[in-house]
Design a protein around this ligand. Structure first.
Ligand code: PMP
Ligand code: GLN
Length: 380
């Protein structure tokens, strides 16, 4: 195994989902919905298959219909104008967008500042690019970034900031003020920002504002999103990047040798999904807000300390009130103890002490499943 990858092992999502299958436990670990996305979008995929659209290699940057729909979505929801021909790139999920951005933009020895806890692929992709990650720790209970620490972390070797808001696993959503401070720093120090906004539509009390909308940011920001979260099709692996032509070209330079293109028929279906009426987006968010409250209330009643998220479909908890301190051991034993699977946040940290007692539960599940999970967890 390549030395850069050796420290990463098997992803926690694979380990915990395999544990759920083996034990028959309810899987609140890996973040995927247990109800598929809209029927009409599935029908659109079937139609594309039947009509022979996308059954052969689609164009490298993605099918024009999807690039156009992504550009319209950025304008409709965020007031951002992108040229579908030069400023939009379709990827195999947000995961490939992250990998291609790191490989296309970084030189060996560059530094990348990223919030810790970080989504597990960030560290691996930075390592594959030969660069060095510089963590900026988000601390309980608010998990808000320390902007002075961010400023102090920038060195002459810093090439880019890798942001994620709404943030997995903490559910923190960056405020306008925080984003403005990041933007000011990026402009002042001439940094590129790669921002993972896959949970852009999943915000509750907070509002999601894209970093690219701040002064000076449009042409130095690589914005990443995905159909997996917004439309509940995590298995389709359709994601996209919006950025200036120069940054899209850099990401595409790497993408063309990773997958060349992403699966064709799903791209046509996602183009239709992006055009769903506002009521779809509103109802999806309201449904998840109810589920967030159901699971958060239940976890509180079961004795966890709950950090109710402002966004995403994850809730982070602290297990110390249950007289537990090691989240990894707790999660490995949980299926046997009560038939529920969760994810230990420690795997998202370089500083293991920071995340040791934190455990993440996904609430993108049917209400009856969440109720049953709470019943089981109360018996702990
Ligand atoms: N970024 C974050 C923050 C995520 O939580 C996820 C997946 N859950 C991804 C990227 C990957 O998205 P995709 O499935 O579209 O590759
Ligand atoms: N992003 C999802 C999560 O955080 C899982 C994606 C994956 O399995 N890589 O649970």
């Amino acid at each position: 195994l390549n030395r850069a990858l050796a420290e990463f092992g098997t992803t926690i999502f694979a380990e915990m989902s395999a544990l759920a299958v083996r034990t028959g436990a309810i899987n609140l670990g890996q973040g995927f919905p247990d109800t598929d996305g809209p029927e009409e979008v599935r029908e659109a995929a079937v139609r594309a298959l039947r009509d022979g659209r996308g059954n052969q290699y689609p164009p490298g940057p993605g099918v024009p219909e999807l690039r156009q729909a992504v550009a319209e979505h950025q304008s409709r929801f965020h007031g951002l104008g992108f040229d579908p021909d030069t400023e939009v790139l379709v990827t195999a999920g947000a995961t490939e967008a992250i990998a291609a951005a790191m490989l296309g933009l970084l030189e060996p020895g560059d530094e990348v500042i990223a919030f810790e806890p970080f989504y597990d692929s960030y560290a691996a992709c930075i390592a594959m690019a030969g660069a060095r990650r510089v963590p900026l720790t988000l601390r309980a209970p608010s998990f808000r970034p320390d902007l002075d620490a961010l400023r102090a972390a920038v060195t002459p070797r810093t090439r880019l900031l890798l942001l994620n808001s709404p943030h997995n696993p903490t559910g923190m959503v960056l405020t306008r003020e925080e984003l403005a401070a990041v933007a000011e720093l990026a402009v002042e120090r001439d940094l590129i920002v790669v921002t993972d906004e896959v949970y852009e539509h999943l915000t509750y009390e907070a509002e999601h504002v894209p970093l690219a909308s701040f002064p000076g940011m449009r042409d130095r920001t690589v914005t990443i999103s995905s159909a997996g979260k917004t439309f509940s099709f995590t298995g389709w692996k359709v994601g996209w990047v919006t950025a200036s032509p120069a940054l899209v070209s850099a990401v595409r330079a790497a993408k063309q040798y990773l997958t060349y293109v992403s699966a064709g028929p799903f791209q046509y279906a996602v183009a239709e999904a992006l055009r769903l009426p506002d009521t779809y987006y509103r109802d999806f968010r309201e449904d998840l807000r109810r589920k967030r409250d159901l699971l958060s209330d239940g976890l509180e009643q079961a004795g966890f300390r709950v950090f109710r998220p402002q966004g995403t479909y994850f809730v982070t908890t602290d297990i110390r009130p249950l007289d537990e301190k090691d989240g990894l051991a707790f999660c490995r034993a949980l299926p046997e103890r009560c038939g529920v699977v969760a994810v230990p946040n420690v795997i998202f940290y370089d500083d293991a002490e920071e995340g040791r007692s934190l455990v993440r539960f996904a609430f993108c599940k049917r209400e009856d499943v969440l109720r049953e999970s709470v019943e089981r967890l109360r018996r702990l």
